[in-house]
Structure formats: C-alpha cells, structure tokens
Write a protein that binds this ligand. Structure first.
Ligand code: FES
Ligand SMILES: [Fe+2]
Length: 368
C-alpha cells in the first residue's frame, strides 16, 4: 500500500450532512462527512484528545463533534471547539490530518498523502462520463478477500481471460501479439484478437469481416490502485471498465466499479449488462482470493514468468519506483504499531505546520 495516491472513500450516496461515516483504508481509520455546503470532507478518524472515533460523533455545521468530550474538527482538520477551554483559546496541536477530496462519477475520492499538488497524480477520470453516444453506469461497490495489488495484477494479465472467463468467448491470445506501453503513472497493454481466436464461431466472424482483425482489448493502470480495461469489438463497439480499488487492509479490498459502453444505450439494458460484467468480476475474485503469496511477491524469481506476463512485471516495476520515493507503507511495521498507537496517513498540512499529536504510518525509507 502506498501513500500519495487518490483512493475511493465511499459513494456519494453514502455521505450526508446527517452523520459522519467511518471508512477503513490503508490500515487506518478515516472519518468522512458533508459540511453545511454539502462538500465532502475526509479527515483522520482518531480524536487527538483521548482517541475517540470522530465518525461516531455528530456533524455540527462544518465540523464533526467527538462523542466522547465534545471537541469539534472541521474539514481542514482544525479544532474549532473544545468545550472544556472556557476562554476559547485552542492549542496549536489541536488538529487532525485532513485530505484533499475530489467527488465525481458518484464516488468520493481522497488524496491520501502529503505530496504537494505539483507532485500528485491526476484526479481519477472517467472520460466517457458526459460524452454523447456513451452510457456510463456505476459505481457498483463490492469487496474481495485479497490484497488489492493482486487484483490490479489480474487486470494487467492478458493471459488469464481464456481460462478464467471461457463463457465470455474470451479468445486465446498469442503472447507475441501483446503491445506494452508506458505512461506517466502506469503501464498500458493492448492485445489484438479476432484473427488469433481459436473459438470456431469467432473465427467465422473474423473470416467474413475485415474489421474483425481490428478487435483488440487491453488494460492500463494509473498509480497502484486504478485499473481500466478497454474491450473493442466489431462495428466500433467498445466497453471501458474502471476499477477504483481501495485497500482496506492487506487482506481485504473494496472495489468501485464503473462501466462505459457505446452500444445498447437504453437504461433498460443496464441490469443485464452489469450482471454479466459482475459475473466476470466474480470469476476473477474466485481466482485472486486463492493466490499465494497473498501479497504481490517482492522478487520475480519465485514465479516462472513468461513474455506474456510482462505487463504484470511492469506494474511491479512502477510500484518499485513509488517505493523508492518513500511512498510505500511498511505493512509489517504497521501491523505491530497499530496495536499500541493510533496512526494517521500524513496529510499535506504536515508540510505546513509542525507539532502533531498522532504519529504517521511507518514508510519504507526512500532510496536517495
Ligand atoms: S476523545 Fe474526543 S473529545 Fe475527548
Ligand atoms: Fe479477468
């Protein structure tokens, strides 16, 4: 797990001005709420007085008030009220970490980290969202008992489709016909099929239509936890799927799934199409939950990798570059520390002021 990326926190629907909501992510707890303007806010859940859970408190105007002794914190993390201090002078240390928020496509995202804006990855984008000729559905939210990197690797794996998704007519791929490209925040692969399919019915289609030779599908990732898949069929029919993944812990992942399509645009088709796509996601889940090791391996020598696995390897190389920047959470140390101390993901505010009550999550040191 890495700091300094955008993570899906909850759906827009789940958030109200009525009550805060607890979200567990990257091994820590966050409180999220809407302030009086309706803006979504995400702050550390641990009250720095004596450890109350802010999400169990109540929303008062633009702040969340801790249920334990009534201290209030606004969306910037600033303490706005300490009932026990009668002159109203609030100590400088009375603040909690607060995170930049971006709400779009029915999802509340937060940037969990302290990197300055110029060094952050772009906010998540669903390109087809408002485009004519496209229908976008979701988010559908589901959880898997697996580490999120294994899930993203599965999306970046072109070779599994033929075996895990046989009912979808997933074609056999020639591993030499997979193109791999680099982008600023992740890798992208594209694989041609159609001319290479072994499925008899698809071969017939391919033989009778030149456009079938352009059939292609691929996936790309942005950061460690956003995985997109594009499937391009005949007659320029496309499906683009977005999986925004939220690592709850090293054993559990919450996935926010959106789908864009430029065919059968009627709303009445949503249920059938989404049911089919979720069926495919469950086929993946059934495999991913049983992988060993559960975490993405640290070395490439303990698996027998083929050229067709190159896109998975490239994903791991990107992870390594973010680890070398000092963005990787030390999961072993986090597991131990979490028992004795409440920890926070460092927020941009930590670069502006010193003197914070909570320690931050342990990070693997940057490589200088
Ligand atoms: S623990 Fe939150 S006000 Fe005391
Ligand atoms: Fe799959």
């Amino acid at each position: 797990m890495y700091i300094n990326f955008w993570y899906p926190i909850c759906t827009s629907e789940e958030l109200s001005t009525e009550a805060p909501k607890l979200v567990e992510l990257l091994g820590v707890r966050l409180a999220t709420f809407r302030d009086s303007t309706g803006a979504a806010q995400v702050i550390s859940d641990t009250c720095i007085h004596r450890g109350g859970s802010l999400s169990q408190g109540k929303i008062e105007g633009d702040s969340v008030t801790c249920a334990y002794h009534g201290w209030s914190f606004d969306g910037s993390g600033k303490c706005t009220k300490i009932p026990q201090i009668k002159d109203g002078k609030i100590p400088g240390r009375a603040k909690v970490d607060a995170y930049p928020v971006h709400e779009a496509y029915g999802v509340v995202f937060a940037f969990l980290g302290d990197a300055p804006e110029s060094e952050r990855p772009p906010v998540p984008i669903v390109e087809e969202w408002d485009q004519e000729g496209w229908r976008c559905t979701g988010p559908i939210v589901f959880e898997i008992d697996a580490y999120y990197e294994r899930s993203v690797e599965n999306g970046m794996d072109p070779l599994h489709n033929e075996f895990v998704h046989p009912n979808q007519g997933a074609p056999a791929l020639d591993q030499n016909d997979i193109e791999l490209k680099d982008q600023e925040w992740g890798a992208w692969f594209d694989a041609k099929f159609g001319a290479y399919t072994q499925a008899e019915n698809r071969k017939k289609i391919a033989d009778s239509d030149d456009s079938a030779k352009d059939l292609h599908a691929g996936s790309w990732h942005i950061g460690p936890n956003h995985l997109m898949t594009g499937i391009h069929l005949m007659n320029k029919i496309s499906f683009i799927q977005y999986f925004f993944e939220a690592p709850i812990s090293k054993d559990r992942t919450r996935i926010f799934f959106l789908n864009s399509r430029n065919t059968t645009l009627e709303e009445s088709a949503d249920e059938y199409i989404n049911k089919t796509l979720m069926g495919i996601a469950i086929e993946d889940k059934n495999v991913i939950e049983h992988l060993r090791p559960r975490n993405t391996p640290d070395t490439l020598t303990k698996e027998l990798l083929l050229p067709g696995d190159e896109s998975v390897v490239r994903y791991r190389q990107y992870l390594k570059t973010w680890e070398e920047k000092g963005w990787r959470i030390d999961m072993h140390a986090l597991g131990k520390n979490n028992e004795d101390s409440a920890l926070a993901i460092p927020s941009p505010g930590r670069r502006e002021s010193k003197s914070w009550v909570l320690d931050t999550v342990p990070l693997v040191p940057a490589k200088s």
